[in-house]
Design a protein around this ligand. Structure first.
Ligand code: ZN
Length: 398
């Protein structure tokens, strides 16, 4: 913002435009005076910045709904159809695609199941579902980027998927493949670990908006972990950190898809839950089916949620002691395990160190199964939010 030491006037203005647009994108419509209060910028500067963003078509003003003494003040709002991104949640079983506008409005959404096939079949399916939603770009909108979540460790610089055990991938250049087959509009194709996007989404728009230290755990086939510490993502030296699903919790346990024995994922992943319920060989059974069975009194299903609830709690104890999080957000089937066996999770958590334990709140994801998808959209919006003028000029030029 304005405190950038040694920054030129242009740099200060670019940073201020970014601050105002980011605020409107994240928090929605608000008055100029509210923007003034939140950003600490002066009133005339805010007026000038809002006008500049309106000229770009990114925001508009309308009269407010609040009636009171004097004139109703103008409300500034983001224009969803001005800039859009393609968001992809590439999972083991299927890919979900969405076309998302500035401010978070979803213009189109589609899903494609993955059939058993090789890597090129899967890329073709991802490409197809992407083009399906891209056909819905509103007239006049700029497509400013593509964000993709994958269940694996990713070199974020170019989108090389280093290792995705549940997809059977090692060193797959997903970024290059999708740049060629789908593209990013005027922006890039950004590939990220799915849980890193999940924690970003929960921190920005979900259950952990007020927490600066957040642990997100997403359960799909595997278990992914994403971390925000002191308001910033924590990803490690190479960006490969947060793989909490591969914490070894049971050295004499089952062999994991990563090759090690006794990873947390082998106990609390979907396969672990079905195994505990004696249903590992049942075709096409979902977590919802298992929840229904348990609620209807199926003893094996109930016992599975309880024993897996213990394992969930045991891993959480280690993470609470290590990270001292304010919020732990559970997504995917982990949220169902917690809902079915809250006492088992809580009683394990009692063994965490008291000072850290007293501060932590465990909850289910408000975004449901969409945390990674929402995070993928947010990461794709980064370019236009960082530099609205530059991003839209390059969009016009391309
Ligand atoms: Zn493992």
């Amino acid at each position: 913002m304005t405190s950038l030491a040694g920054a030129t006037q242009d740099e200060v203005r670019r940073a201020n435009l970014s601050t105002v647009l980011r605020l409107l994108h994240q928090d929605g419509p608000q008055t100029r005076s509210h923007i003034t209060a939140v950003t600490g910028l002066n009133r005339s500067t805010v007026g000038d910045l809002v006008s500049a963003l309106a000229v770009l078509g990114l925001v508009r003003e309308r009269s407010g709904d609040i009636r009171g003494v004097g004139r109703p003040s103008l409300v500034v709002e983001p224009v969803p159809g001005s800039a859009v991104v393609l968001a992809l949640d590439l999972r083991v079983e299927r890919t979900v695609a969405a076309l998302v506008g500035l401010g978070g409005q979803v213009f189109a959404r589609a899903e494609r199941q993955h059939h058993d096939g090789d890597q090129s079949t899967l890329i073709a399916e991802v490409t197809q579902v992407s083009h399906e939603v891209l056909a819905e770009i509103p007239p006049g909108a700029s497509w400013v980027g593509t964000g993709v979540g994958v269940p694996g460790v990713v070199r974020t610089r170019d989108g090389l998927v280093r290792f995705a055990p549940n997809l059977g991938w090692t060193d797959v250049p997903l970024g290059d493949l999708l740049r060629a087959s789908v593209g990013g509009g005027s922006g890039d194709v950004l590939i990220r670990n799915d849980a890193d996007l999940g924690v970003l989404a929960e921190h920005m728009r979900g259950s952990a908006r007020d927490s600066s230290t957040v642990l997100y755990l997403g359960g799909d086939v595997g278990v992914g972990g994403g971390l925000f510490v002191d308001g910033r993502p924590l990803v490690g030296a190479g960006g490969y950190g947060g793989e909490v699903g591969h914490m070894r919790v049971r050295p004499d346990g089952h062999t994991c898809r990563c090759g090690a024995r006794g990873c947390w994922e082998t106990e609390i992943g979907l396969a672990g839950l079905l195994r505990a319920a004696g249903r590992e060989h049942v075709r096409d059974i979902s977590v919802t089916d298992l929840v229904t069975a348990a609620r209807e009194g199926d003893a094996a299903a109930r016992a599975a949620f309880e024993s897996v609830g213990d394992w969930l709690g045991i891993g959480l104890v280690n993470l609470v002691n290590l990270l001292n999080p304010q919020s732990i957000v559970l997504g995917g089937h982990l949220s169902a395990i917690y809902a079915m066996a809250p006492d088992r999770v809580a009683s394990q958590l009692q063994t965490a160190l008291p000072a850290a334990r007293e501060l932590v709140e465990v909850c289910s994801s408000h975004l449901g199964g969409d945390a990674t998808l929402v995070g993928a959209a947010e990461v794709a919006f980064t370019t236009v939010l960082d530099d609205p003028v530059g991003a839209l000029n390059s969009s016009v030029a391309s």
